[in-house]
Design a protein around this ligand. Sequence first.
Ligand SMILES: [Zn+2]
Length: 120
Amino acid sequence: MKTCPKCNETKELTEFTPCKDGEKIRYYNCRKCHTAITRAWKHAHKPYRNKDVKKTQKRRNKESILLATKAHTLWNAEDIEKLKDKTKTDKELAKMLGRSNISVIRKRVRIGVNKNVGSA
Ligand SMILES: [Zn+2]
């Protein structure tokens, strides 16, 4: 017989879940209390469980994309089309689009408009 410190009830040893190491060592609290504690813990730590973590990450990604769009670090298709206009200089485009010269130059190199940056 063993007394559970949680509910103060004296119960048979079989009412205490054995630990992984063997039958001799058993959990401190009785089966009923142990289940209740585990359930409460799971409930309290819900956001950390796998399914919820993925959901949180998805939401955070969405938020960061939105922030980047707002901060004009992401390029939209319309702006990219303007960058392809070879009659305009990087400086003119930067002014037109409200971006820094360097971000326009970098993007133009990436889309293949400026090929000779660095070698000129
Ligand atoms: Zn108990």
